[in-house]
Design a protein around this ligand. Structure first.
Ligand code: PEP
Length: 247
């Protein structure tokens, strides 16, 4: 799957332009397993623009409950909006909003009980990468977020090294492939349902490097930030993905 993470970008007018360009490109490419996570404010608007196309629209985050939680979007609101997937644990949520694995595990638990696909983001910092602690960090994140919870059949993991997000620096695709295999093994032994999840790579994916990632056996797609804001660039990435999907 290829997922666009628009973060806090976009407005009603530019989103409309993005969607018409994207629809024009998709009519020749065909959007296989594509998702878009716009802001909550723009969710319905994007959903209605793309309603005749096979594209999943999801949330970038969710709160763990509803009620007296000013500024939050509750799980029941996500269900009511017919949201297809929801990112949880993005490094920006962890760093800027101080979310820890305990909160993220609550989000996972809540999504696992709904029809919404959880897209759990995990990844190491540059210091951890340089110290050779990547696998240790990922294992801790996976265990603390999913172990002991009800398992979701639909869980997707997004491996996003923090040092690769928005920087133009990426790990070597072969190394990412090895890490994804490790992630699949850890999730399989930590989940009740023996699940081997799809694992997406995220961090400075663009049309020039996408093929190098998608050729790898254990890289099942990408979570795309900056490059997804340009409808043509995002369409190019989907086109490259479609060519590699049968690998
Ligand atoms: C992200 O923030 O999830 C991301 C992958 O961003 P970028 O593609 O801009 O590195």
């Amino acid at each position: 799957m290829i997922i666009a993470n628009w973060k806090a970008n976009g407005d009603f007018e530019s989103n409309k332009v993005w969607c018409s360009r994207f629809i024009a490109r998709m009519s020749s490419i065909g959007a296989k397993s594509t998702g878009i996570a716009p802001s909550h404010l723009h969710f319905n608007h994007i959903k209605s623009y793309l309603k005749d196309h096979d594209i999943e629209i999801g949330f970038q985050d969710i709160d763990i409950e509803g009620g007296a939680r000013t500024g939050s979007i509750s799980p029941s609101m996500a269900i009511d909006s017919d949201c297809s997937f929801c990112l949880i644990g993005h490094s920006e949520r962890r760093e800027i909003f101080n979310e820890d694995n305990y909160i993220i595990s609550k989000k996972y638990q809540m999504l696992a009980k709904s029809h919404i696909k959880p897209v759990l983001c995990i990844g190491e910092s540059l210091t951890e990468f340089q110290a050779g602690k990547t696998e240790q960090k990922l294992q801790t994140q996976i265990h603390e977020c999913i172990k002991g919870n009800v398992s979701s059949e639909n869980l997707i993991i997004a491996y996003e090294p923090i040092w690769a997000i928005g920087t133009g620096n990426t790990p070597k695709p072969k190394d990412v492939n090895t890490i994804h295999e490790f992630i699949k093994d850890v999730v399989q032994s930590a989940s009740e349902n023996n699940l081997r999840p799809q694992v997406l790579y995220g961090g400075s994916v663009n049309k020039s490097n996408a093929a190098d990632f998608f050729v790898e056996k254990n890289i099942d797609g990408a979570l795309v930030g900056g490059a997804s804001l340009d409808a043509d660039m995002f369409s190019d990435i989907i086109e490259i993905y479609s060519r590699h999907i049968e690998k």
